[in-house]
Write a protein that binds this ligand. Structure first.
Ligand code: FES
Ligand code: FES
Length: 217
């Protein structure tokens, strides 16, 4: 109970980010955002038979259809990442835009992939936890390393989403403060109550100017 209370202090309800239609995290009340879907219309009219996804720097051309290796227009981005592309680092918690476990980067911004249809992600650059390490050296991203160094997880289910939300913040802001971090992570829930360790891990990366603390490796 004490832990729960401390967690509530860390993430006050009014500060939590809520998802909006289209998957982007927004602060405050849920807003209705009109999503244009010309691609979906083209799919429904049968004018398009494939879509191109750019995931972790790799292009995938996927056929539209019902077979296991195809993308149904009703598939969410989470489903396609996990089931079609085999990128199971992206987790499904609620599948309803409430927990943040499915967070990925889309054009550098944190989005809830369970709230985005795969067809809406065509032409966007998607980064999942598998694509965060340096593509040439294979070295972990400083945030990944900091989570290990600070043992900022227990079961690890929320960890990919937490790291990608923090990554989006560091892309957006060179030197965010503690409050910025709390706000950026307020849409990500950790059932294991690891929030204080997570905050420590992210702040350590910020203190190091976005780099890994070499002394900790
Ligand atoms: S699985 Fe997407 S927000 Fe919970
Ligand atoms: S470490 Fe288990 S849910 Fe966060």
């Amino acid at each position: 109970m004490g832990n729960l209370r401390r967690r509530e202090e860390l993430l006050k309800p009014t500060e939590r980010k809520k998802p909006v239609r289209g998957g982007e995290m927004k602060k405050g009340r849920r807003k209705a955002v009109r999503v244009k879907r010309p691609l979906e219309k083209a799919l429904n009219r049968g004018e398009k038979s494939t879509i191109r996804l750019l995931v972790n720097g790799q292009e995938h051309v996927l056929r539209i259809g019902k077979r296991p290796d195809e993308v149904d227009p009703s598939h969410t981005l989470t489903f396609t990442l996990r089931e079609t592309l085999g990128l199971t680092g992206t987790k499904i918690g609620c599948d309803h835009g409430a927990c943040g476990a499915c967070t990925v980067l889309m054009d550098g911004k944190a989005v809830l992939s369970c709230m985005i249809l795969t067809v809406e992600a065509e032409g966007k650059e998607i980064t999942t936890i598998e694509g965060l390490r340096d593509r040439e050296s294979g070295q972990l991203d400083p945030l990944q390393q900091a989570f290990i160094d600070h043992t900022a997880f227990q079961c690890g289910f929320c960890t990919p989403g937490m790291i990608l939300s923090a990554k989006a913040l560091l892309i957006e802001k060179a030197s965010p403060g503690e409050q910025d971090v709390k706000e950026a992570l307020s849409g990500n829930y950790c059932r294991c109550i690891s929030h204080y360790h997570i905050l420590d891990a992210v702040m350590s990366v910020i203190r190091m100017g976005g780099k890994t603390d070499e002394t900790s490796i």
